[in-house]
Structure formats: structure tokens, C-alpha cells
Ligand binder design. Structure first.
Ligand code: PMP
Length: 424
């Protein structure tokens, strides 16, 4: 039973980092979109539980039973957080990438998958190569274009199972996607839809019922919990009908040796089917703690604060004529606390390195694991290939082949944004 005064206080706010000039400054973490700092509250909850954890499921001892209860309560907390339907289920995974690969592996054979090419690689790449038919839709330049493009693609897709995969908020531009509209189109055309909420869930309430999506995926480490756990939540039927994502103990109900020497397996129904092996109980518990903290603090308050920071950032960047903010739907489109830009005459990797070395500011540079999107935004299919986030081998003064991303959330002080703007 941990009481924390500020429900959304984050860790790591007092880290001192050395600058090239020998001074030290407090680190300004402006890379929440990659991984957000953990909430103090999450850390306290985990610390309070850590001395008592035991293996979950079938342990006869008291601590095993306690852990089993807490693990299942964590599932329930996530279900509340996402406002799931009664029959939906919560599967604990390693992160969003894992969740979407799980879903891809569970799709009925022959499912036709539709995704915009603007997706993060985690929602772009799990589908091909599994006997699924995949259609990538070109980057839309407005909400109405996105809705119309999906409708047109689905209208000729024929019968059979169909899945639409859409992001809630872009990890590059921060722009919020019209999820409810796309879900209505998908369902109107007999398709199901999965929401990649990796960037949306830390900033906005995600109600599965209100958005009317079939599945949601998100990562603990972007939701103010530590690394190693994520969630796939939603409809049970396809997940229960699929082969287990991992084969092993925990997923299997009974295993019997056959006369011919093989084994016959009966797999569990429900989340356990896809959670073989000893689950990451601490990770699940941490996610549940973050879900409760965010709900208690209220997304209205979080968003109001974030909007202040976004306005401050945008106004500041607007004063620098060399800065071009990257946007798909227009600069005034609603966004979360994520913004990418390029600076004329600067290589983005050098720019980001200078922000770190000279100002103690941590941002990200590269193509942000969304190569097709960033190339579209930079205005050239010809942009050089790059590893996720790897520096481009060009010199200052050359045209940008990658971008700089600044992102923030709970606990970000004005001072971090101001220092960043002064540096820019
Ligand atoms: N989707 C989006 C929109 C993301 O931003 C990310 C992480 N950058 C992912 C999916 C993948 O998340 P993870 O690395 O935690 O699996």
C-alpha cells in the first residue's frame, strides 16, 4: 500500500551529465517516445512487491498464490485501463512488437491485412511471409484521405478474414490518427482492426469500447513502467483458435505420450495459451501500477499539461526559419508530445549529438523505425537506407536524410523545453 504525493512524478530527473566544456548539467530527457522514465509510483509499487514474489500458477505456497493473484489482478487492471469488452482478454507479451507478431501468428490463414505504409516497423513488418496477403496503403495527407483510402481498399477485398492495422499516434510526427473513423470503415467492410497504441496510450485514454477496435497493443516501457512487458488485448476468438505463439509449459493443459512415441497436447484457452514459460510477473505488475497511476491522475490533466509544452515548443521552433517540422496532416493537426524536425544546413545526427554534448539534452535522430514515413516526410524516396536510428554518414551542410525527434510527457518541466529551444 504505497502512498505517493505526486501520482505522476518520474524517476531520473536529477541525473547529472558531463558536457564537452567540462561543466555538468541536469539531463533533459526529451526522448519519451523511445522509452519513458518510470513513474516513482511504479518503482515504489514494484519495490514493495519484490521481496514477496514467487512463481505464478500452480505454486502451492503462500507467495506463489500471492503472485498468482497479483498477476491476474494486473490483467484486470489493464482491462479496466483499456475499457475492454466483457469477453476480451489481456495477453502479457514482451512489448508492442511482440504483441503484433503474436497477432500476426494468430490470424486465420489467408487473412488479408491492410496497413498504411506510414506505420512503425512493428506494425508494418509482422504480416508478410506468413501466408497472409498484405496491402500497404500509400501515406495519406489528410484524415479524409486516410479514411477514403482504407474504404476503397477494403471495398475490393472480397470475402474472408481481413485485418486493418493502424497506429494511434505516430512515433515520428506525434499526429493522432482517426482511429474511431478507421474502425468504423473496417467494421463496415467486414474487417477487424488492431490499434498500435504504443504512442497513444501514454498520452490519451484508450477505450476499446469507444474506439470500437478489436485489439490493442502497447509497451510498458513507453507507459512509465520498466522494460520487458507489453500487452495485446482484445477479442479472444481468433487467439483461442490459433496455435500457441510459443509452445511450452503454461500454454499446455495436458500432454500425453502416444503409442507411436509422439506427444498429444491439449492447449489452454485464454491468455495462458500465448504465455508459455514463466511469465514476467513483475513486468505485468509494473504495467498495472502505471495504468492505475495514469487513471488516477487523469488523462485530462496530463493532456492539458502536454498541450502547454507542445505550444511552447511549436512557438519556439516557429521562430527559427531553418527548422522544418515534419507533418503528414498539417502542423495544426492534434498531436501527442512527439515532434520531429529537420534543420536546414544541418545533418540531423550531428545536430542531435550536439544537443547532447553541449546542452545535456537527450533527443533521437534517424528514421525512427518508420523508414517509409520519414522518407515521405523528407520528400524523397531516394533518401539513403539507414539502420533504426543509426547516424547518416553525411556532413553538416548536406541535405537531411534523417530527422531529429523531441518527445516528452509526465514530469517534463518547462525548463527542458526552454533549454532545448535555446540550444536550437
Ligand atoms: N509502435 C510504435 C508506434 C512505436 O513507437 C514503437 C516503439 N518505438 C513500437 C510500435 C514498438 O514498440 P516496442 O519497441 O516496445 O516493441
Amino acid at each position: 500500500d504505497v502512498q505517493v504525493q505526486q501520482p505522476l512524478a518520474v524517476l531520473g530527473r536529477d541525473v547529472e551529465v558531463p558536457l564537452v566544456n567540462g561543466e555538468k548539467v541536469t539531463y533533459a530527457a526529451l526522448d519519451y517516445a523511445a522509452s519513458a522514465p518510470a513513474l516513482q509510483r511504479v518503482w515504489d509499487d514494484v519495490a514493495a512487491y519484490a521481496p514477496y514474489y514467487g512463481s505464478v500458477h500452480r505454486g502451492a505456497g503462500y507467495l506463489s498464490q500471492l503472485s498468482t493473484d497479483l498477476f491476474e489482478q494486473s490483467r484486470a487492471a489493464v482491462a479496466d485501463f483499456l475499457d475492454l469488452r466483457e469477453d476480451d482478454q489481456v495477453v502479457f507479451t514482451r512489448a508492442t512488437t511482440d504483441s503484433l507478431n503474436l497477432l500476426a501468428a494468430a490470424l486465420p490463414s489467408g487473412t488479408r491485412v491492410f496497413a498504411f505504409e506510414t506505420e512503425h516497423h512493428a506494425s508494418l513488418l509482422p504480416w508478410p511471409g506468413r501466408g497472409l496477403e498484405v496491402a500497404y496503403l500509400r501515406a495519406p495527407r489528410s484524415v479524409s484521405e486516410a479514411v477514403a483510402a482504407l474504404d476503397a481498399a477494403l471495398s475490393t477485398a472480397g470475402e474472408g478474414p481481413k485485418l486493418v492495422c493502424v497506429t494511434g499516434a505516430s512515433n515520428v510526427t506525434g499526429e493522432i490518427w482517426p482511429v474511431a473513423e478507421l474502425a468504423a470503415v473496417a467494421h463496415g467492410r467486414g474487417a477487424r482492426i488492431v490499434l498500435d497504441a504504443a504512442q497513444l496510450a501514454p498520452h490519451h485514454r484508450v477505450s476499446v469500447r469507444e474506439l470500437d477496435v478489436d485489439w490493442v497493443a502497447f509497451s510498458g516501457h513507453k507507459l512509465y513502467a520498466p522494460f520487458g512487458a507489453g500487452v495485446l488485448a482484445g477479442r479472444a476468438d481468433w487467439l483461442d483458435a490459433a496455435e500457441p505463439y510459443l509452445a511450452g509449459g503454461g500454454a499446455s493443459r495436458t500432454v500425453a505420450r502416444q503409442i507411436d512415441g509422439s506427444v498429444a497436447v491439449e492447449w489452454h484457452q485464454g491468455p495462458a495459451r500465448h504465455e508459455a514459460g514463466s511469465p514476467n510477473v513483475i513486468g505485468a505488475y509494473a504495467i498495472a501500477s502505471a495504468c492505475r497511476a495514469l487513471t488516477e491522475a487523469g488523462f485530462d490533466a496530463l493532456q492539458a499539461r502536454e498541450q502547454q509544452l507542445i505550444e511552447r515548443l511549436r512557438a519556439g521552433l516557429a521562430e527559427v526559419p531553418e527548422v522544418r517540422v515534419l507533418t503528414l496532416f498539417g502542423e495544426d493537426h492534434p498531436r501527442v508530445g512527439v515532434l520531429s524536425f529537420v534543420v536546414q544546413g544541418w545533418n540531423s545526427s550531428h545536430f542531435a549529438a550536439a544537443l547532447s554534448a553541449e546542452y545535456g539534452i537527450g533527443v533521437r535522430d534517424g528514421l525512427f523505425c518508420a523508414h517509409p514515413l520519414v522518407r515521405t516526410l523528407l520528400g524523397g524516396e531516394e533518401a539513403a537506407p539507414s539502420e533504426c536510428g543509426a547516424p547518416e554518414p553525411s556532413l553538416p551542410g548536406e541535405r537531411s536524410l534523417n530527422a531529429i525527434r523531441v518527445s516528452f510527457g509526465a514530469g517534463t518541466p518547462d525548463e527542458h523545453v526552454d533549454r532545448f529551444l535555446a540550444a536550437v
